[in-house]
Design a protein around this ligand. Structure first.
Ligand SMILES: [Zn+2]
Length: 503
Protein backbone atom coordinates (compact mmCIF):
# COMPACT_ATOMS: atom_id res chain seq x y z
CA UNK A 1 0.00 0.00 0.00
CA UNK A 2 1.39 3.36 -1.02
CA UNK A 3 -0.41 6.57 -0.26
CA UNK A 4 0.24 9.70 -2.24
CA UNK A 5 -1.25 13.04 -1.26
CA UNK A 6 -1.49 15.84 -3.81
CA UNK A 7 -2.23 19.26 -2.38
CA UNK A 8 -3.33 22.54 -3.96
CA UNK A 9 -4.99 20.76 -6.87
CA UNK A 10 -7.63 22.19 -9.16
CA UNK A 11 -9.94 19.51 -10.46
CA UNK A 12 -11.53 19.30 -13.91
CA UNK A 13 -14.36 18.77 -14.56
CA UNK A 14 -15.62 20.31 -11.34
CA UNK A 15 -18.02 23.19 -10.78
CA UNK A 16 -16.23 24.20 -7.58
CA UNK A 17 -12.84 25.55 -8.62
CA UNK A 18 -11.36 25.89 -5.14
CA UNK A 19 -8.02 24.11 -4.61
CA UNK A 20 -8.44 20.62 -3.17
CA UNK A 21 -6.39 17.75 -1.84
CA UNK A 22 -6.38 14.42 -3.66
CA UNK A 23 -5.46 11.30 -1.73
CA UNK A 24 -4.39 8.28 -3.78
CA UNK A 25 -3.99 4.82 -2.32
CA UNK A 26 -2.33 2.08 -4.38
CA UNK A 27 -3.29 3.70 -7.67
CA UNK A 28 -6.91 4.40 -6.69
CA UNK A 29 -8.66 7.59 -5.67
CA UNK A 30 -9.15 7.49 -1.92
CA UNK A 31 -10.89 10.84 -1.78
CA UNK A 32 -10.95 14.60 -2.50
CA UNK A 33 -10.70 16.93 0.48
CA UNK A 34 -10.74 20.62 1.35
CA UNK A 35 -7.27 22.10 2.05
CA UNK A 36 -5.73 20.52 5.16
CA UNK A 37 -8.58 18.00 5.58
CA UNK A 38 -7.11 14.86 3.98
CA UNK A 39 -6.14 12.16 6.49
CA UNK A 40 -2.35 12.15 6.64
CA UNK A 41 -1.60 9.29 9.03
CA UNK A 42 -0.57 6.76 6.35
CA UNK A 43 0.67 9.12 3.64
CA UNK A 44 4.03 8.13 2.14
CA UNK A 45 4.55 11.22 0.04
CA UNK A 46 3.04 14.70 -0.27
CA UNK A 47 3.39 16.74 -3.46
CA UNK A 48 2.24 20.35 -3.68
CA UNK A 49 0.79 20.94 -7.16
CA UNK A 50 0.75 24.71 -6.63
CA UNK A 51 -2.69 25.21 -8.14
CA UNK A 52 -2.13 23.11 -11.25
CA UNK A 53 -5.05 21.28 -12.85
CA UNK A 54 -5.81 17.60 -12.57
CA UNK A 55 -8.08 15.95 -15.11
CA UNK A 56 -8.74 12.32 -15.97
CA UNK A 57 -6.43 10.98 -18.67
CA UNK A 58 -8.06 10.63 -22.07
CA UNK A 59 -9.54 7.60 -23.78
CA UNK A 60 -9.19 7.53 -27.58
CA UNK A 61 -12.15 5.43 -28.72
CA UNK A 62 -11.01 4.86 -32.28
CA UNK A 63 -7.52 4.74 -33.68
CA UNK A 64 -5.00 2.46 -35.32
CA UNK A 65 -2.40 2.30 -32.62
CA UNK A 66 0.47 0.16 -33.84
CA UNK A 67 -0.11 1.44 -37.34
CA UNK A 68 0.39 4.97 -35.98
CA UNK A 69 3.89 3.87 -35.02
CA UNK A 70 4.58 2.25 -38.40
CA UNK A 71 3.12 5.25 -40.13
CA UNK A 72 5.52 7.59 -38.37
CA UNK A 73 8.33 5.76 -40.17
CA UNK A 74 6.86 5.99 -43.69
CA UNK A 75 7.51 8.67 -46.28
CA UNK A 76 5.00 11.48 -45.78
CA UNK A 77 3.73 12.69 -49.16
CA UNK A 78 1.01 15.04 -47.90
CA UNK A 79 0.76 18.39 -49.71
CA UNK A 80 3.61 17.62 -52.14
CA UNK A 81 3.68 18.10 -55.92
CA UNK A 82 4.57 15.13 -58.13
CA UNK A 83 8.11 16.44 -58.55
CA UNK A 84 8.49 16.76 -54.80
CA UNK A 85 7.03 13.27 -54.32
CA UNK A 86 9.50 12.02 -56.90
CA UNK A 87 12.38 13.67 -55.10
CA UNK A 88 11.34 12.53 -51.64
CA UNK A 89 10.82 8.91 -52.68
CA UNK A 90 14.10 8.77 -54.56
CA UNK A 91 15.96 10.10 -51.52
CA UNK A 92 14.57 7.31 -49.36
CA UNK A 93 16.93 4.34 -49.62
CA UNK A 94 15.30 1.00 -49.00
CA UNK A 95 16.06 -2.47 -50.22
CA UNK A 96 12.92 -4.08 -48.80
CA UNK A 97 9.90 -2.01 -49.82
CA UNK A 98 9.15 1.66 -50.19
CA UNK A 99 6.03 2.79 -48.34
CA UNK A 100 4.54 6.26 -48.35
CA UNK A 101 1.25 7.92 -47.49
CA UNK A 102 -0.73 11.11 -47.76
CA UNK A 103 -1.37 11.76 -51.46
CA UNK A 104 -4.76 13.24 -52.25
CA UNK A 105 -7.20 12.95 -55.13
CA UNK A 106 -7.07 13.56 -57.96
CA UNK A 107 -4.13 11.37 -58.94
CA UNK A 108 -1.49 13.80 -60.30
CA UNK A 109 -1.72 14.36 -64.05
CA UNK A 110 1.92 13.41 -64.45
CA UNK A 111 1.31 9.90 -63.09
CA UNK A 112 -1.56 9.26 -65.50
CA UNK A 113 -2.72 7.29 -67.39
CA UNK A 114 -0.74 4.63 -65.61
CA UNK A 115 0.64 5.27 -62.08
CA UNK A 116 2.16 1.80 -62.14
CA UNK A 117 4.41 2.72 -65.05
CA UNK A 118 5.33 6.03 -63.43
CA UNK A 119 6.50 4.16 -60.33
CA UNK A 120 8.19 1.38 -62.35
CA UNK A 121 10.42 3.87 -64.12
CA UNK A 122 11.79 5.02 -60.77
CA UNK A 123 11.62 1.83 -58.73
CA UNK A 124 11.94 -1.27 -60.87
CA UNK A 125 13.58 -3.39 -58.16
CA UNK A 126 11.55 -3.10 -54.94
CA UNK A 127 7.80 -3.10 -54.17
CA UNK A 128 6.34 0.40 -53.80
CA UNK A 129 3.05 1.20 -52.05
CA UNK A 130 1.72 4.73 -51.59
CA UNK A 131 -1.39 5.18 -49.43
CA UNK A 132 -3.75 8.04 -50.10
CA UNK A 133 -4.70 10.32 -47.21
CA UNK A 134 -7.64 8.22 -45.96
CA UNK A 135 -5.90 4.83 -46.33
CA UNK A 136 -8.48 3.31 -48.61
CA UNK A 137 -6.53 3.58 -51.88
CA UNK A 138 -2.96 2.78 -52.87
CA UNK A 139 -0.71 3.36 -55.84
CA UNK A 140 1.58 0.42 -56.48
CA UNK A 141 4.30 -0.63 -58.91
CA UNK A 142 4.79 -3.81 -60.93
CA UNK A 143 6.93 -5.50 -58.31
CA UNK A 144 3.98 -5.43 -55.92
CA UNK A 145 1.34 -6.23 -58.56
CA UNK A 146 3.39 -9.32 -59.48
CA UNK A 147 3.14 -10.49 -55.88
CA UNK A 148 -0.64 -10.04 -56.15
CA UNK A 149 -0.74 -11.96 -59.45
CA UNK A 150 -2.18 -9.00 -61.36
CA UNK A 151 -1.65 -8.91 -65.10
CA UNK A 152 0.65 -6.43 -66.78
CA UNK A 153 -2.21 -4.23 -68.01
CA UNK A 154 -3.17 -3.17 -64.46
CA UNK A 155 -2.87 0.61 -63.92
CA UNK A 156 -1.52 0.28 -60.36
CA UNK A 157 -4.42 1.79 -58.39
CA UNK A 158 -5.99 -0.49 -55.77
CA UNK A 159 -8.94 0.30 -53.47
CA UNK A 160 -10.40 -1.08 -50.23
CA UNK A 161 -9.81 -4.86 -49.77
CA UNK A 162 -7.30 -5.01 -52.61
CA UNK A 163 -5.35 -2.13 -51.10
CA UNK A 164 -5.25 -3.97 -47.78
CA UNK A 165 -4.06 -7.13 -49.50
CA UNK A 166 -1.18 -5.22 -51.03
CA UNK A 167 -0.31 -3.63 -47.69
CA UNK A 168 -0.25 -7.04 -46.00
CA UNK A 169 2.56 -8.02 -48.35
CA UNK A 170 4.90 -5.14 -47.47
CA UNK A 171 4.26 -4.07 -43.88
CA UNK A 172 6.69 -4.58 -40.99
CA UNK A 173 6.16 -6.64 -37.82
CA UNK A 174 3.99 -4.61 -35.41
CA UNK A 175 5.14 -6.41 -32.25
CA UNK A 176 8.18 -4.15 -32.07
CA UNK A 177 5.91 -1.11 -31.87
CA UNK A 178 3.97 -1.72 -28.62
CA UNK A 179 6.23 0.15 -26.19
CA UNK A 180 6.63 3.12 -28.53
CA UNK A 181 2.89 3.27 -29.17
CA UNK A 182 2.06 3.28 -25.44
CA UNK A 183 4.58 6.03 -24.73
CA UNK A 184 3.21 8.05 -27.60
CA UNK A 185 -0.28 7.86 -26.07
CA UNK A 186 0.92 8.90 -22.61
CA UNK A 187 2.74 11.85 -24.13
CA UNK A 188 -0.66 13.18 -25.22
CA UNK A 189 -2.28 12.48 -21.84
CA UNK A 190 -4.05 9.38 -23.19
CA UNK A 191 -4.10 6.28 -20.99
CA UNK A 192 -6.59 4.05 -22.80
CA UNK A 193 -7.33 3.46 -26.45
CA UNK A 194 -9.43 1.24 -28.65
CA UNK A 195 -7.58 0.18 -31.74
CA UNK A 196 -8.86 -1.39 -34.92
CA UNK A 197 -6.06 -3.29 -36.57
CA UNK A 198 -5.39 -6.71 -37.96
CA UNK A 199 -4.74 -9.92 -36.04
CA UNK A 200 -1.00 -9.48 -35.85
CA UNK A 201 -1.63 -6.34 -33.78
CA UNK A 202 -3.64 -8.48 -31.33
CA UNK A 203 -0.76 -10.95 -31.16
CA UNK A 204 1.66 -8.10 -30.53
CA UNK A 205 -0.34 -6.88 -27.51
CA UNK A 206 -0.70 -10.40 -26.12
CA UNK A 207 3.06 -10.73 -26.32
CA UNK A 208 3.98 -7.32 -24.91
CA UNK A 209 1.14 -6.32 -22.63
CA UNK A 210 0.19 -2.59 -22.58
CA UNK A 211 -0.25 -2.52 -18.79
CA UNK A 212 3.52 -2.88 -18.46
CA UNK A 213 3.72 0.54 -20.11
CA UNK A 214 0.89 2.08 -18.06
CA UNK A 215 -1.77 1.91 -20.77
CA UNK A 216 -5.06 0.05 -21.31
CA UNK A 217 -5.77 -1.17 -24.83
CA UNK A 218 -9.03 -2.42 -26.29
CA UNK A 219 -9.04 -4.10 -29.67
CA UNK A 220 -11.44 -4.94 -32.47
CA UNK A 221 -11.18 -8.18 -34.41
CA UNK A 222 -11.48 -7.89 -38.19
CA UNK A 223 -14.60 -9.58 -39.56
CA UNK A 224 -12.65 -11.77 -41.99
CA UNK A 225 -10.44 -13.02 -39.18
CA UNK A 226 -13.47 -13.66 -36.99
CA UNK A 227 -15.16 -15.70 -39.73
CA UNK A 228 -11.97 -17.62 -40.46
CA UNK A 229 -11.54 -18.56 -36.80
CA UNK A 230 -15.19 -19.61 -36.63
CA UNK A 231 -14.46 -22.40 -39.06
CA UNK A 232 -11.96 -23.78 -36.56
CA UNK A 233 -14.56 -23.85 -33.75
CA UNK A 234 -15.65 -21.50 -31.01
CA UNK A 235 -13.96 -18.15 -30.62
CA UNK A 236 -14.77 -16.15 -27.48
CA UNK A 237 -13.81 -12.51 -26.81
CA UNK A 238 -10.55 -11.96 -24.92
CA UNK A 239 -10.27 -10.18 -21.56
CA UNK A 240 -12.65 -8.30 -19.27
CA UNK A 241 -13.26 -4.89 -17.74
CA UNK A 242 -10.33 -4.97 -15.32
CA UNK A 243 -7.76 -6.27 -17.80
CA UNK A 244 -5.18 -4.04 -19.45
CA UNK A 245 -5.86 -5.71 -22.79
CA UNK A 246 -9.11 -7.04 -24.21
CA UNK A 247 -10.54 -7.90 -27.64
CA UNK A 248 -14.27 -7.39 -27.49
CA UNK A 249 -15.73 -6.28 -30.84
CA UNK A 250 -15.92 -7.71 -34.32
CA UNK A 251 -15.05 -4.86 -36.66
CA UNK A 252 -17.02 -4.82 -39.88
CA UNK A 253 -16.60 -2.44 -42.80
CA UNK A 254 -20.03 -1.58 -44.18
CA UNK A 255 -18.69 1.03 -46.62
CA UNK A 256 -15.69 3.17 -47.66
CA UNK A 257 -14.97 6.85 -47.08
CA UNK A 258 -16.09 10.34 -47.96
CA UNK A 259 -12.69 11.29 -49.41
CA UNK A 260 -12.67 8.42 -51.90
CA UNK A 261 -16.41 8.82 -52.67
CA UNK A 262 -16.89 5.25 -51.49
CA UNK A 263 -19.20 6.10 -48.56
CA UNK A 264 -22.44 4.18 -49.16
CA UNK A 265 -25.20 6.72 -49.73
CA UNK A 266 -29.00 6.57 -49.82
CA UNK A 267 -28.94 9.12 -52.64
CA UNK A 268 -26.29 10.16 -55.17
CA UNK A 269 -23.24 12.19 -54.21
CA UNK A 270 -24.25 15.80 -54.88
CA UNK A 271 -21.28 16.37 -57.19
CA UNK A 272 -21.28 12.93 -58.82
CA UNK A 273 -24.72 11.97 -60.17
CA UNK A 274 -25.26 8.23 -60.35
CA UNK A 275 -22.64 7.47 -57.67
CA UNK A 276 -23.93 6.14 -54.36
CA UNK A 277 -20.57 4.87 -53.15
CA UNK A 278 -19.56 1.35 -52.22
CA UNK A 279 -21.46 -1.12 -50.06
CA UNK A 280 -18.92 -3.53 -48.65
CA UNK A 281 -21.27 -5.58 -46.50
CA UNK A 282 -25.08 -5.68 -46.30
CA UNK A 283 -28.14 -7.86 -45.85
CA UNK A 284 -27.88 -11.52 -44.96
CA UNK A 285 -24.09 -11.75 -45.22
CA UNK A 286 -23.77 -8.89 -42.72
CA UNK A 287 -26.52 -10.21 -40.44
CA UNK A 288 -24.90 -13.65 -40.43
CA UNK A 289 -21.71 -12.19 -38.94
CA UNK A 290 -23.80 -10.12 -36.51
CA UNK A 291 -25.57 -13.22 -35.21
CA UNK A 292 -22.48 -15.40 -34.95
CA UNK A 293 -20.64 -12.65 -33.10
CA UNK A 294 -23.45 -11.83 -30.66
CA UNK A 295 -24.08 -15.47 -29.79
CA UNK A 296 -20.45 -15.75 -28.69
CA UNK A 297 -20.46 -12.62 -26.53
CA UNK A 298 -18.87 -10.24 -29.02
CA UNK A 299 -20.00 -6.69 -29.60
CA UNK A 300 -20.18 -5.19 -33.07
CA UNK A 301 -18.10 -2.23 -34.22
CA UNK A 302 -19.41 -1.22 -37.62
CA UNK A 303 -17.54 1.18 -39.85
CA UNK A 304 -20.30 3.27 -41.44
CA UNK A 305 -19.73 6.65 -43.09
CA UNK A 306 -22.56 7.20 -45.58
CA UNK A 307 -26.22 7.40 -44.50
CA UNK A 308 -27.09 4.09 -46.20
CA UNK A 309 -24.23 2.39 -44.38
CA UNK A 310 -25.35 3.85 -41.05
CA UNK A 311 -28.88 2.59 -41.73
CA UNK A 312 -27.58 -0.91 -42.47
CA UNK A 313 -25.30 -0.84 -39.41
CA UNK A 314 -28.28 -0.10 -37.16
CA UNK A 315 -30.08 -3.10 -38.61
CA UNK A 316 -27.10 -5.35 -38.03
CA UNK A 317 -26.96 -4.23 -34.39
CA UNK A 318 -30.64 -5.00 -33.90
CA UNK A 319 -30.06 -8.46 -35.37
CA UNK A 320 -27.15 -8.98 -32.95
CA UNK A 321 -29.25 -7.90 -30.00
CA UNK A 322 -32.10 -10.21 -30.91
CA UNK A 323 -29.86 -13.27 -30.42
CA UNK A 324 -27.39 -12.10 -27.75
CA UNK A 325 -27.77 -14.13 -24.55
CA UNK A 326 -29.37 -11.91 -21.89
CA UNK A 327 -26.59 -12.44 -19.31
CA UNK A 328 -24.05 -10.86 -21.66
CA UNK A 329 -23.75 -7.13 -21.17
CA UNK A 330 -22.09 -5.98 -24.36
CA UNK A 331 -22.60 -2.75 -26.21
CA UNK A 332 -22.37 -2.28 -29.95
CA UNK A 333 -20.97 0.75 -31.70
CA UNK A 334 -21.07 2.52 -35.01
CA UNK A 335 -17.63 3.80 -35.98
CA UNK A 336 -17.52 7.22 -37.69
CA UNK A 337 -21.28 7.55 -38.19
CA UNK A 338 -20.39 10.44 -40.40
CA UNK A 339 -23.72 11.02 -42.07
CA UNK A 340 -27.04 10.41 -40.35
CA UNK A 341 -30.40 10.45 -42.07
CA UNK A 342 -32.72 11.96 -39.39
CA UNK A 343 -35.30 9.33 -40.33
CA UNK A 344 -33.02 6.67 -38.84
CA UNK A 345 -32.84 8.29 -35.41
CA UNK A 346 -35.69 6.31 -33.78
CA UNK A 347 -34.14 3.00 -34.83
CA UNK A 348 -30.72 4.17 -33.74
CA UNK A 349 -32.02 5.06 -30.26
CA UNK A 350 -33.76 1.71 -29.99
CA UNK A 351 -30.59 -0.12 -30.95
CA UNK A 352 -28.75 1.28 -27.91
CA UNK A 353 -25.62 1.61 -30.05
CA UNK A 354 -22.81 3.97 -29.15
CA UNK A 355 -21.90 6.56 -31.76
CA UNK A 356 -18.12 6.60 -32.10
CA UNK A 357 -17.34 9.93 -33.79
CA UNK A 358 -14.14 11.64 -34.93
CA UNK A 359 -14.87 15.38 -34.91
CA UNK A 360 -11.26 16.11 -35.94
CA UNK A 361 -12.01 14.70 -39.41
CA UNK A 362 -13.86 17.98 -39.95
CA UNK A 363 -10.50 19.77 -40.23
CA UNK A 364 -10.03 18.12 -43.64
CA UNK A 365 -13.56 17.07 -44.57
CA UNK A 366 -15.04 20.54 -44.18
CA UNK A 367 -13.44 21.37 -47.52
CA UNK A 368 -15.43 18.74 -49.44
CA UNK A 369 -18.39 17.86 -47.27
CA UNK A 370 -20.86 20.41 -48.73
CA UNK A 371 -19.96 19.76 -52.36
CA UNK A 372 -20.30 16.01 -51.92
CA UNK A 373 -23.31 15.82 -49.61
CA UNK A 374 -25.11 19.16 -50.14
CA UNK A 375 -27.59 20.02 -47.38
CA UNK A 376 -27.32 16.51 -46.02
CA UNK A 377 -24.06 17.74 -44.49
CA UNK A 378 -26.14 19.49 -41.80
CA UNK A 379 -26.26 16.02 -40.25
CA UNK A 380 -22.58 15.20 -40.71
CA UNK A 381 -20.76 14.16 -37.53
CA UNK A 382 -24.04 14.96 -35.74
CA UNK A 383 -22.65 15.25 -32.21
CA UNK A 384 -25.31 17.64 -30.85
CA UNK A 385 -28.19 15.87 -32.54
CA UNK A 386 -27.14 12.47 -31.20
CA UNK A 387 -26.71 13.82 -27.70
CA UNK A 388 -30.03 15.59 -27.62
CA UNK A 389 -31.74 12.39 -28.80
CA UNK A 390 -30.02 10.45 -26.03
CA UNK A 391 -27.62 8.45 -28.21
CA UNK A 392 -24.37 8.02 -26.24
CA UNK A 393 -21.39 9.60 -28.02
CA UNK A 394 -17.70 8.74 -27.69
CA UNK A 395 -14.86 10.24 -29.69
CA UNK A 396 -11.50 9.32 -31.13
CA UNK A 397 -8.92 10.69 -33.50
CA UNK A 398 -8.60 7.84 -36.01
CA UNK A 399 -4.83 8.36 -35.82
CA UNK A 400 -2.79 8.19 -37.94
CA UNK A 401 -5.38 9.54 -40.39
CA UNK A 402 -5.67 12.57 -38.10
CA UNK A 403 -3.26 13.70 -35.40
CA UNK A 404 -3.45 11.81 -32.10
CA UNK A 405 -4.05 15.15 -30.32
CA UNK A 406 -7.14 14.74 -28.07
CA UNK A 407 -7.41 18.49 -27.44
CA UNK A 408 -7.62 19.19 -31.15
CA UNK A 409 -10.43 16.65 -31.44
CA UNK A 410 -12.31 18.42 -28.62
CA UNK A 411 -11.64 21.76 -30.30
CA UNK A 412 -13.11 20.42 -33.54
CA UNK A 413 -16.25 19.20 -31.74
CA UNK A 414 -16.73 22.55 -30.00
CA UNK A 415 -15.98 24.90 -32.91
CA UNK A 416 -16.14 22.88 -36.17
CA UNK A 417 -13.74 25.38 -37.76
CA UNK A 418 -10.20 25.15 -39.11
CA UNK A 419 -7.41 23.97 -36.83
CA UNK A 420 -6.31 27.54 -36.19
CA UNK A 421 -9.83 28.74 -35.45
CA UNK A 422 -10.28 30.48 -38.80
CA UNK A 423 -13.21 29.93 -41.15
CA UNK A 424 -16.90 29.52 -40.42
CA UNK A 425 -18.31 26.62 -38.45
CA UNK A 426 -19.26 23.62 -40.59
CA UNK A 427 -22.67 22.42 -39.41
CA UNK A 428 -22.84 24.92 -36.53
CA UNK A 429 -25.97 23.32 -35.06
CA UNK A 430 -23.94 20.19 -34.28
CA UNK A 431 -21.48 21.99 -31.99
CA UNK A 432 -21.23 20.85 -28.38
CA UNK A 433 -19.82 22.37 -25.21
CA UNK A 434 -16.23 21.84 -24.11
CA UNK A 435 -17.35 19.73 -21.18
CA UNK A 436 -19.51 17.48 -23.34
CA UNK A 437 -16.63 16.89 -25.74
CA UNK A 438 -14.30 16.29 -22.79
CA UNK A 439 -16.67 13.70 -21.27
CA UNK A 440 -16.85 11.89 -24.62
CA UNK A 441 -13.12 11.21 -24.14
CA UNK A 442 -13.21 10.36 -20.43
CA UNK A 443 -16.15 9.18 -18.30
CA UNK A 444 -18.54 8.39 -21.17
CA UNK A 445 -15.82 6.66 -23.16
CA UNK A 446 -14.99 4.38 -20.26
CA UNK A 447 -18.31 2.55 -20.33
CA UNK A 448 -18.44 2.18 -24.10
CA UNK A 449 -14.88 0.90 -24.32
CA UNK A 450 -15.31 -1.67 -21.57
CA UNK A 451 -12.84 -0.02 -19.20
CA UNK A 452 -12.70 -0.58 -15.43
CA UNK A 453 -15.74 0.67 -13.52
CA UNK A 454 -15.58 4.42 -12.84
CA UNK A 455 -12.63 4.94 -15.17
CA UNK A 456 -12.23 8.51 -16.33
CA UNK A 457 -14.20 10.01 -13.42
CA UNK A 458 -11.58 10.26 -10.61
CA UNK A 459 -14.36 9.48 -8.17
CA UNK A 460 -13.41 7.79 -4.88
CA UNK A 461 -12.75 4.11 -5.45
CA UNK A 462 -11.98 4.50 -9.16
CA UNK A 463 -8.60 4.18 -10.85
CA UNK A 464 -6.45 7.27 -10.27
CA UNK A 465 -5.31 7.66 -13.88
CA UNK A 466 -4.93 11.39 -14.38
CA UNK A 467 -2.95 14.15 -16.05
CA UNK A 468 -1.44 17.28 -14.50
CA UNK A 469 -1.84 20.45 -16.56
CA UNK A 470 -0.48 23.98 -16.26
CA UNK A 471 -3.43 25.42 -18.12
CA UNK A 472 -7.14 25.42 -17.37
CA UNK A 473 -8.49 22.67 -19.64
CA UNK A 474 -11.32 24.74 -21.08
CA UNK A 475 -8.83 27.21 -22.52
CA UNK A 476 -6.79 24.58 -24.35
CA UNK A 477 -7.17 24.28 -28.15
CA UNK A 478 -4.43 21.75 -28.83
CA UNK A 479 -1.88 19.58 -27.09
CA UNK A 480 0.98 22.05 -27.43
CA UNK A 481 -1.00 24.59 -25.38
CA UNK A 482 -2.06 22.21 -22.63
CA UNK A 483 1.06 22.49 -20.51
CA UNK A 484 0.94 18.78 -19.79
CA UNK A 485 3.27 18.34 -16.82
CA UNK A 486 2.78 14.72 -15.83
CA UNK A 487 0.65 11.63 -16.31
CA UNK A 488 -0.14 9.20 -13.51
CA UNK A 489 -1.43 5.72 -14.46
CA UNK A 490 -1.36 2.26 -12.91
CA UNK A 491 -0.05 3.86 -9.69
CA UNK A 492 3.05 5.48 -11.20
CA UNK A 493 4.22 8.72 -12.79
CA UNK A 494 4.79 8.14 -16.51
CA UNK A 495 6.51 11.07 -18.18
CA UNK A 496 10.25 11.24 -17.83
CA UNK A 497 12.09 14.54 -17.59
CA UNK A 498 9.03 16.68 -16.95
CA UNK A 499 10.31 19.17 -14.39
CA UNK A 500 9.56 19.09 -10.68
CA UNK A 501 6.94 16.35 -10.92
CA UNK A 502 9.11 13.78 -12.60
CA UNK A 503 10.10 11.03 -10.20
ZN1 LIG B 1 -10.25 4.11 -38.41
Amino acid sequence: MTQLLLTSVRRYPDSNQQPLELLIDSGRVEGWYSPGKAPRANVDEVIDLEGRWIAPTFVDSHLHLLYTEQHSKQVDLACLSVDEIDEKLSAKQSDVALIGHGWRDPIPEKMLPNPRRFLDQRFPEIPVLLWNADFHRVLVNSKLLDLLNKDSGHPGVLVEEEAEEAWNLVKSDPSDEVAGACHRLLGFGISAATTFDRGESIKAFLKSTPGDHGVIVRHGLAEEEFLESLEGGDIPPVGGLEDDFAVRWVKIFVDGTLGSRTAWMKKDFSDDPGNRGVCRRSGESLFHTAREAALRGWGLALHAIGDAAVHEAIHAIRVAQSVRPSHIKMSDRIEHLQLLDPEDIPLLIESGAYASLQPCHLFEDRQIIRSRWGDRADFAIPFRQLMSEGVPVITGTDAPIESLDPWADIYAAVHRKNRDGSGVAEGPRQRVTFEEAFLSKTAWAAVANQLPSGYGTLKPGSRADFQVLEKEPQLVANHAESGLVQVFTFGAWRLVGKGSLSL
